[in-house]
Write a protein that binds this ligand. Structure first.
Ligand SMILES: Nc1nc2c(ncn2[C@@H]2O[C@H](COP(=O)(O)OP(=O)(O)O)[C@@H](O)[C@H]2O)c(=O)[nH]1
Ligand SMILES: [Mg+2]
Length: 323
């Protein structure tokens, strides 16, 4: 039994890596294949090569800050003759990009185990919060956790119906708001239900907008206070969802949430739908907190745990084709 399980695990890992690779195909074409085309199509590396590389990084939505940081170091290593070949250049870029993703964790969670963990999922409308809540519920339930989902976005009844189907299918429980009711009141009910049912984890879906942006931020703050009063240390995670297809624009919106929502981690969605997945490097560097999960499709199993190594490997793993 034990061996079977570990076999299954490594098989599962390989499957997950394949799924990530497939989802990142367009980004890979737009970033790594173009880097390879520039590096391996000529016999010498020169200033023009460096300029072209810079353009590729910008074109793949890595943003000015990441591009400048990477290119400064590449130019420096090139001048010092530490980089002398296309292979060395490719390896240096890969290493620098990996370093961009290695953000430090906000706080190492060393506190005593709590009876029930509360995770709030926040972000702009349409980024994929509700979908992600459903995926997370399924995932954590599969890991043997007793999950309760709190649907606290009062403005999207149709979305709640969809969420209800997923939550039910995954064996989790759902506490939902009545249209127009106060999200904090729903959260209050959900936390009471979680305590009564001895749930291990509550995942809270929130609204992406209320009447105004500042109203939303105030409501999120209120929800955090309500959670903290009912359960020690709650919310234990506030995960900000960012839609990769919105690029640098989505990053600007994310900064607003960073200011007041107490964000502890990131979830980057829709990486399957864009050639500009390079924005993830920019997100990591600019926001400085860890990406926890990535969304790679619209179905229940399309949420992967994020690992910097796996992400960079899935972009760079294939040897460059001869040109
Ligand atoms: N391709 C793709 N679509 C996604 C992903 N995550 C969410 N979506 C889609 O994005 C749309 C908005 O999602 P929703 O969860 O309602 O966003 P919310 O407003 O933040 O709650 C839906 O059509 C989802 O199917 C993803 O990882 N990949
Ligand atoms: Mg929603």
């Amino acid at each position: 039994m034990f061996f079977r399980k570990s076999e299954e695990t490594s098989e599962k890992k390989a499957g997950l890596f394949q799924r990530m690779k497939q989802a990142l195909g367009a980004t890979k074409d737009n970033l790594v294949k173009r880097i390879d085309a520039v590096l391996f199509s000529r016999t010498t590396l020169d200033e023009m090569t460096l300029d072209e590389l810079e353009e590729i990084l910008l074109g793949a939505d890595l943003g000015i800050r990441v591009t400048n940081r990477v290119m400064e170091q590449i130019r420096d290593q090139y001048k010092k003759l530490e980089i002398r070949s296309a292979d060395e250049m490719r390896a240096a870029i890969r290493k620098l990009l990996l370093e961009t993703l290695e953000t430090r964790a906000v706080s190492e969670n060393t506190s005593a185990p709590v009876p029930v963990e509360v995770w709030m999922i926040v972000g702009v409308n349409g980024t994929g919060k509700t979908t992600t809540v459903g995926k997370l519920a399924a995932r954590l339930a599969q890991d043997g956790k007793k999950v309760l989902v709190c649907a606290a976005d009062p403005f999207r009844p149709a979305a709640i119906e969809q969420l209800a189907v997923w939550v039910e299918r995954s064996g989790a429980a759902l506490v939902k708001s009545k249209t127009g009711s106060d999200p904090s009141a729903v959260l209050h009910d959900a936390l009471a239900a979680a305590t009564a049912r001895e749930s291990n984890i509550v995942i809270v879906d929130t609204a992406g907008r209320l009447h105004t942006r500042s109203n939303l931020m105030l409501e999120l703050e209120k929800m955090r206070r309500v959670a903290g009063r009912k359960i020690p240390g709650a919310p234990h995670e506030v995960l900000l969802v960012i839609d990769a297809t919105t690029g640098q624009n989505g990053l600007a919106q994310a900064r607003e949430f960073m200011k007041s929502a107490g964000v502890t981690g990131l979830i980057v969605t829709k990486l399957d739908g864009t050639a500009k997945g390079g924005v993830l490097f920019s997100i990591c560097q600019d926001l400085g907190i860890p990406v926890r999960y990535i969304g790679v499709g619209e179905s229940l199993e399309d949420l992967l745990e994020f690992s910097p190594d796996a992400f960079v490997d899935s972009l760079f793993s294939e040897a460059p084709m001869a040109h």
